[in-house]
Design a protein around this ligand. Structure first.
Ligand code: FES
Ligand code: FE2
Length: 371
């Protein structure tokens, strides 16, 4: 393992010390460039990474672009209605082909006008197609392995990740009755924060901070004291964020939902960095990817049921999520600052219902980084 020594020791302890007292990882875990490089190589390129929602591209020819780990990608609805994830790098001399999002019959590179079918096959290479030895078959845009889980698209860049369903085995039972696949995107937003990706993922997935940080926003609905962890699995962890008695539960908007499910949000973390708060009417999710030791990209959104759009509340919910994200961001910038200190140290974690998700995550990281 080529992560710094103090991290190697902490990860080793996490895996090998029965009944270890749960403590946070050493500060360098959250700022060191060498750790970031290890994470990209050993985890992100080999794992399933969420890049958005299938409902963002409902019609044939709809597409959006996204970039993770210097891989520009096009996510496109195919003529058979499936979703494909293609490289957004022209096979001529490497230009980016598409920008933003839209609907196209073909993808045309702006540089010399090579064009590609929706599935990445080369359609035309003006002038060059007459060159002796030119072979159109060699010019297909690479396609990446992807899966659709409850409407979210996950991609695996190296093509060698285990089956997605195996990695999250045991998780569906907590999520399926909410039917997130019936919700749709309100406004997918990409942001860049000067923060280590793990600080944001851990923060999204621990309930300990809900009451102190979100006193006016989330606390009246989901206070810290009502968090209840679920058992973690190989590739995920989570907790139930029960609604306070003083907060009116959501109506049973789907016949599959139990009374308990109407009165909680299901907090889900699919490793490494997909985090979501899944609720009866709408959900908030983030797909977080590191862009450096203390920089990240987050593509986040609120997804909502049709009825929420009809009542005009969808935008409002997105604004609400923006408000509590801002509260988190203010705290997390201070965390990243504090972690630079020579005297920053490992700290005791709260009991499992409040920070057990973080402790589960360390186990995952220890396994992956020691491979
Ligand atoms: S780089 Fe795309 S057509 Fe030349
Ligand atoms: Fe928060």
């Amino acid at each position: 393992m080529s992560v710094p020594h103090d991290i190697a020791i902490a990860l080793h302890e996490r895996l090998n010390t029965a009944n270890a007292v749960p403590k946070s990882m050493p500060p360098s875990f959250y700022r060191d460039h060498a750790v970031y490089e290890e994470e990209v190589e050993k985890i992100f390129l080999k794992s399933w990474v969420c890049i958005g929602r299938a409902d963002e591209i409902p019609k044939v020819g709809d597409y959006y672009t996204v970039e993770i780990f210097n891989e520009p990608l096009i996510v496109a609805r195919q003529s058979d209605e499936s979703v494909a994830v293609l490289s957004n790098v022209c096979r001529h001399r490497g230009s980016l082909i598409m920008q933003g999002s839209g609907n196209e019959k073909r993808f045309t590179c702006p540089y010399h006008r090579w064009s590609y079918h929706l599935d990445g096959g080369l359609l035309a290479a003006p002038i060059v197609d007459k060159t002796p030895g030119f072979d159109a078959k060699q010019c297909k845009l690479p396609t990446f392995k992807s899966v659709n889980w409850m409407g979210w698209i996950f991609v695996n860049l190296d093509g060698k990740a285990g089956e997605f369903a195996d990695e999250i085995q045991g998780l569906d039972q907590y999520v399926k009755n909410y039917h997130p696949e019936e919700m749709r995107s309100v406004n997918a937003t990409t942001e860049y924060w000067d923060l280590n990706w793990k600080c944001l993922a851990e923060n999204f997935m621990e309930g300990y901070h809900l009451t102190p940080v979100h006193r006016k926003t989330l606390h009246p609905m989901t206070p810290t004291k009502l968090c209840e962890k679920i058992p973690g699995g190989e590739g995920y962890t989570g907790y139930k964020s029960h609604y306070s008695d003083t907060f009116e539960g959501r109506k049973q908007v789907h016949p599959d939902m139990t009374t308990e499910e109407c009165k909680q949000s299901m907090m889900v973390w699919i490793y490494p960095s997909f985090v979501a708060a899944i609720s009866p009417n709408s959900s908030v999710y983030m797909s977080i990817t590191p862009t450096g030791g203390s920089q990240l990209q987050t593509r986040w959104d609120v997804i909502a049921r049709e009825s929420v759009f009809e009542s005009g509340e969808a935008e409002e919910r997105h604004e609400f999520a923006k408000a509590f994200n801002k509260e988190d961001r203010e705290r997390l910038i201070d965390v990243q600052h504090g972690l630079q200190s020579r005297f920053a140290t490992r700290g005791y974690l709260a009991p499992p219902d409040l920070e057990g998700t973080v402790w589960d995550f360390y186990e995952y990281m220890a396994k992956k980084l020691s491979l």
